[in-house]
Design a binder for this molecule. Structure first.
Ligand code: ADP
Ligand code: MG
Length: 348
């Protein structure tokens, strides 16, 4: 995990907006020839060739709504804010090239806090080869807001939308599910223990994978590369930000198809299984509704099955059906239950 720096405080108002921007962005490195101009002018300038299409996505993160700084270190927050956006670009089967970062910040935050935030942002940019090319900086009356826009590129023929799934396609997910949500539960539990007893030492050893998945998610750039290497182009794809059930419903609705998802095929880490037992939670519910996994969910034609079947990062979890068959979970007991946005509908 990323380390936290100790606290000294420089007031933002002593520094002024321009010095602040200069200070925060002085370590920014550019990785792409296509970035003709980065930070420092009225606009950034990006090269575009005729074959490439440009993809654009934005996310806005608000303190108290999307993150809680009492257990989210600012460096992790910066890293995660970038991941959330890159994940959307990879979900289109595209390459992320540039980001802009806009922040609104109250005077409660010293310069050192923003340095931490930008350390996470630049680490993400360097690790994922993305150029930070601009943004905006302003004050807020309360709390921290971060808005990131990511710009990606892809050949027109490579772009994968949500609406291309066809009956008989296989439904595939990368990695494993549910850990990020459980990581949040663990952190919230520790926060409450800490509020009651500030001397309590956090007990997180058992949950390292879960906490890591919550605090330092990785967008699946590697899976986009893997699909390219395997010569598999998904028919539809989406990233898992809200939970498996909600993302399956998006693909099915936009593709006008149904789906059978098999409960026993959903990939779960051992820590997810043991923590669900400990917390008396159902691991299928967590995987379906938890969210923030930032894995990729996609559909492929049956004929591509030989290319993906041996890969430990890819799990076939179901198949696409005709629309009138509905969107269903096939349970371990072989019961068919309709999937709804947050979990499934037991009334059916
Ligand atoms: P303008 O007045 O044209 O909006 P600014 O003074 O806000 O310009 O920004 C100066 C430069 O710094 C621009 O290139 C802008 O994109 C960049 N910038 C401003 N804020 C940020 C930020 N929070 N992160 C990264 N770059 C930023
Ligand atoms: Mg500005």
């Amino acid at each position: 995990m990323l380390e936290n720096k100790d606290q000294s405080r420089t007031s933002l108002s002593d520094l002024g907006e321009f010095k602040l921007i200069e200070h925060l962005t002085k370590h920014v490195k550019l990785h792409h020839k296509s970035t003709l101009k980065g930070i420092g002018d009225d606009c950034a300038v990006i090269e575009n060739t005729t074959n490439n299409k440009i993809l654009v996505t934005t996310d806005l993160l608000v303190e108290g709504v999307h993150f809680d700084l009492s257990y989210m270190p600012l460096k992790h927050l910066g890293y995660k804010a970038v991941m959330v956006n890159l994940s959307d670009v990879y979900a289109m089967n595209a390459t992320a090239k540039q980001i802009t970062v806009s922040i609104a910040v109250s005077n409660r935050f010293p310069l050192e806090a923003l340095e931490e935030l930008y350390a996470g942002i630049t680490l993400a940019c360097d690790t994922y080869q993305v150029d930070l090319i601009g943004g905006d900086t302003t004050s807020s009356t309360k709390g921290l807001l971060i808005s990131i826009t990511a710009i990606g590129m892809a050949d027109k023929k490579d772009i994968v939308y949500r609406d291309g799934a066809k009956p008989n396609d296989l439904l595939v997910v990368t990695g494993d599910l549910g850990a990020a949500y459980l990581g949040l539960q663990v952190l919230e539990r520790e926060k409450q223990v800490f509020q009651v007893n500030p001397n309590a030492q956090p007990e997180l050893e058992k949950y390292t994978y879960l906490v890591e998945r919550q605090l330092k998610p990785e967008a699946r750039k590697d899976m986009v590369k893997l699909l390219k290497d395997l010569e598999v182009k998904p028919t539809a794809m989406i990233d898992i930000s809200d939970g498996l059930s909600s993302e399956i419903l998006h693909i099915c609705k936009q593709s006008k198809v149904g789906c059978n998802l098999y409960e026993d095929k959903i990939p779960l880490d051992q820590q997810v299984i043991s923590t669900c037992e400990e917390f008396n939670m159902d691991s299928t519910t967590i995987a379906l509704s938890g969210g923030e996994d930032y894995e990729l969910l996609f559909t492929v034609a049956q004929e591509d099955f030989p290319k993906i079947k041996a890969n430990p990062n890819l799990s076939v979890i179901g198949h696409i059906t005709e629309e009138n068959e509905g969107v269903n979970l096939i349970t371990r007991a072989n019961q068919k239950i309709e999937i709804i946005a947050q979990g499934w509908n037991t009334m059916n």
